[in-house]
Design a protein around this ligand. Structure first.
Ligand code: SDX
Length: 380
């Protein structure tokens, strides 16, 4: 293999972006220059979405206008519900998300209009509509009736209202808001780069988001938050167990898994090699949820796995590791975790779609051929 080949494009810089800066040396993440921790501590997710799309924090009036738009565009189009209802309730919810975005695209009057104004309008509409896709899908799988959006609630509180059918405590809503801010954007990750490749052919925004959803589904990427919960379930969650006992079982599970050379979801990262800059903020939110629901054994499982992985391979958790148990405590079904990631990352994906379009070049790398030399057909 030519030493020119960078498998997985590891370490390859392919373009500029002004949207976010991931810095493994300083273990930091900036959204348009603002540390993500500051944004997570102070702003509604709607404001972070506007920051990613426009490059600046919104004025009070701009935020108010967007929040009014978002509240007015939450309800699912009837044909989106019909399309979802055509899908089996045991298919993966990422397939439901992918399908819903395709229908939302087909519905949009400006689907083929790639002007900056139309792209921003479509991004805002997707942002507003997608929570209802997640909520509708979880409820139909549970045999529960649809819960219509509540325009009195902000984005995060309404997301939980539509999913669970009752308003959630402020502390839970805030932890959910923090997770949405942290999941929103992360430079040229696999799903975002997928969206940029599709956009580079001058295809439309919804096609690019649909492709990005396909990439996010994989457990090496967004699917990891669901896979983390499968790990906890495999170890066994025992509500009355002491934190110490849970940690002991978790460590034993990890040591066994690593002895079998298993890849442990929720750990490691292509760019961060000394820990994911978002983990401390998400772990603090998880700690608040563990205290809120009185679930100390979850902390034991979390700490036990982390300690064993650290001792064995010095590999640190990524954002998916604290995010998974947080969503579990909130009451989301495990297979809904990555669709929640879609809802957040729609902001980053569409910001990159707009940036790619504004300074486009068709993305088409080369390959080094290592197949058979030229040869004749057997009959000459
Ligand atoms: C996300 O890119 C982004 O920004 C993504 C993301 C975002 O916000 O968009 O941050 C979101 O996708 C986070 C990552 C979620 N994925 C997982 O949790 C899946 C588990 N993680 C691994 O598959 C892995 O860490 C990757 C894929 C995330 C990154 O792997 P790399 O950089 O390609 O490195 P590698 O797989 O080649 O691993 C290097 C070494 C290997 O050891 P050797 O085989 O060479 O001895 O580290 C080991 C790996 O085996 N290793 C792991 C491991 N991660 C790396 N071993 C066990 N479990 C792991 N999780």
């Amino acid at each position: 293999m030519s030493d020119e080949i960078k498998k997985g494009l590891a370490g390859v810089v392919v373009d500029y972006t002004a949207i976010s800066k991931v810095n493994p040396e300083t273990n930091s993440l900036l959204y348009r220059g603002y540390p993500v921790q500051d944004l997570a501590a102070n702003l509604p997710f709607e404001a972070v979405a506007l920051l990613l799309w426009t490059g600046d924090l919104p004025t009070e009036d701009e935020l108010k206008q967007f929040q009014e738009f978002e509240r007015a565009h939450r309800a699912l189009d009837p044909n989106v519900k019909q399309a979802i209802d055509l899908l089996p309730t045991d298919c993966h919810p990422m397939d439901v998300g992918r399908t819903a975005v395709s229908v939302l695209g087909a519905n949009h009057p400006k689907a083929e209009d790639s002007s900056p104004e139309a792209e921003l309008e479509k991004a805002k509409a997707l942002f507003a509509a997608f929570p209802a896709v997640v909520a509708y899908d979880q409820r139909r799988r549970r045999g529960q009736d649809v819960v219509e959006p509540n325009a009195d609630l902000d984005y995060s509180a309404n997301f939980l209202w539509m999913t669970f059918g009752e308003e959630q405590p402020e502390e839970v809503v805030d932890a959910f808001r923090v997770s949405m801010v942290l999941y929103a954007e992360h430079s040229f990750n696999a799903s975002t780069f997928t969206a940029r490749v599709i956009t580079s052919t001058l295809s439309d925004l919804h096609s690019a988001v649909t492709g990005a959803i396909g990439a996010l589904k994989g457990p090496l990427h967004g699917g990891a938050n669901e896979a983390v919960m499968h790990t906890f379930d495999e170890i066994g969650i025992r509500k009355e167990e002491s934190r110490e006992d849970a940690a002991g079982r978790a460590k034993a599970w990890m040591e066994d898994a690593l002895a079998q050379k298993k890849k442990i979801m929720g750990f490691g990262h292509r760019v961060y090699k000394n820990g994911d800059s978002r983990v401390p903020t998400m772990k603090a939110a998880l700690d608040r949820m563990i205290a809120h629901y009185g679930r100390d054994e979850m902390l034991g499982l979390y700490d036990g796995l982390e300690a064993a992985m650290g001792e064995a391979k010095d590999i640190k958790p990524n954002l998916d590791y604290p995010a998974g148990p947080t969503y579990h405590l909130m009451g989301f079904d495990t297979e809904m975790f990555t669709p929640i990631f879609i809802a957040s990352r729609i902001t980053g994906w569409t910001a990159h779609i707009m940036e790619q379009r504004a300074s486009n070049a068709l993305i088409r790398p080369l390959s080094e051929y290592n197949g058979p030399d030229q040869r004749e057909l057997p009959n000459g």
